[in-house]
Design a protein around this ligand. Structure first.
Ligand code: PLP
Length: 382
């Protein structure tokens, strides 16, 4: 095992988390949907610009809520990227639907909208674009396909808090947006997430599903006489202790983003000469995408060279890591999803084998970024 002087990630901390957790403890409300959740929600809606926010205990939960709300079930197909985390597929598989895996773009790991178009059949019900590294998928093309074929669009914006496409917040363009506040994301509550319900028609049912299929939300507002079981659902809500942890990170978000931008731009400029020599390629940000510096990654020419650079950095105490394994080739899919029609996913497999992520986190210093870049450059010159 390697020991790392620079880890790949360290969870974002503003220094104010314990203070807000102490306030939550003093308030006497620790479970979900309490005063801290309300404060986060109002900041997310009025300060950050998201609509109809429900805090959840993970992005996976938010995706599961979207899968329930859309009524997707057995016999339905859902198009998801092959190069992503399992949750985008799993949330729909749990409802009995069949995931159909689309390949990535050649220039970045986001879903290839042309591949999506080729996979649509009469059984298709939804598209789940994942904004890899906070880089926007081609949402105009995806929303056009969805309108033409009457499909749901559920944005997996787990990486994309604060990122935009054509000026619009990612996660607010499709019918639902699903976000993660897992400790590996740019802001976090340990485990956590949120669902944005972009069509107000679904808000009241979303609240019921969020609160174990009950009328608890409307009952507490005095809108219903009884607190009773009316629908399906689960305990999808975030505890107020986690919301207290999240709140100062929402307050400090501009500073958090500014620091990440400095780190990301430092990598981009110091590693530019190596990219121009053809050693690797740097992230390609489409012109309409305003990303959030969520991940800094290199794409190497082949697996051997990726693994060798990764090993070199690890030996020097720098924890550089690969990312997703192609979902279409996963043991679960091969074993359990036999009826699927699967087009090849060569780009996704290429990113599985050649993408390398470098450390990027709130407490990382610019001199550490410079040191990492020097270590990368030294690998090629010594
Ligand atoms: C992290 C991540 C998730 C899962 O988030 P959780 O909050 O851990 O459930 C889903 N999709 C993508 C793309 C992710 O990176």
């Amino acid at each position: 095992m390697h020991s790392f002087t620079i880890p790949f990630n360290s969870p974002c901390l503003t220094g104010l988390e314990s203070d807000y957790i102490a306030r939550a403890m003093a308030s006497g409300h620790l479970s979900g949907n309490g005063p801290m959740t309300a404060r986060c929600r109002s900041l997310l809606e009025t300060g950050h610009g998201y609509s109809n926010v429900l805090l959840t205990s993970s992005c996976t939960d938010a995706l599961e809520m979207a899968a329930i709300l859309t009524g997707i079930g057995p016999g339905d197909e859902v198009i998801v990227p092959s190069y992503t985390f399992v949750s985008a597929a799993l949330a729909f598989v749990r409802q009995g639907a069949v995931p159909v895996f689309a390949d990535s773009r050649p220039d970045n790991p986001c879903i290839n909208e042309e591949a999506v178009g080729r996979l649509i059949t009469p059984a298709t019900r939804a598209i789940v674009p994942v904004h890899y590294a906070g880089i926007a998928c081609d949402m105009d093309a995806i929303m056009n396909l969805a309108a033409r074929h009457n499909l749901w669009v559920i944005e997996d914006a787990a990486h994309a808090f604060g990122a935009r496409y054509n000026g619009k917040l990612l996660g607010s363009i499709g019918h639902f947006g699903c976000f993660s506040f897992h400790e590996t994301k740019i802001i976090n509550s340990g485990e956590g997430g949120m669902l944005t319900v972009n069509n107000p028609e679904f808000v009241s049912r979303a609240e019921v599903i969020w609160e174990k299929g009950t009328t608890r939300c409307s009952f507490r507002r005095g809108e219903t006489a009884r607190y009773e079981w009316t629908d399906t659902g689960s305990s999808f809500l975030m505890s107020d202790l986690n919301a207290a942890f999240l709140y100062p990170q929402l307050l400090e978000f501009d500073n958090i983003l500014r620091k990440r931008r400095e780190q990301w731009e430092c990598y981009h400029s110091l590693l530019g000469p190596g990219a121009r020599k053809g050693r690797y390629s740097l992230p390609v940000i489409p012109p309409r995408s305003e990303h959030n510096y969520s991940v800094f990654f290199l794409v190497l020419p082949d697996a051997g060279r990726r693994n060798s650079l990764m090993e070199h950095l690890n030996r020097k105490g720098i924890q550089a890591v690969s990312h997703y394994l192609d979902l279409a080739g996963s043991p679960y899919v091969r074993k359990h999803i036999s009826e699927r029609r699967q087009a090849p996913t060569p780009e996704s497999i290429r990113y599985e084998n050649t993408l390398l992520r470098l450390p990027l986190f709130h407490a990382l210093t610019l001199s550490q970024v410079e040191h990492i870049c020097e270590t990368v450059n030294a690998y090629y010159t010594t």
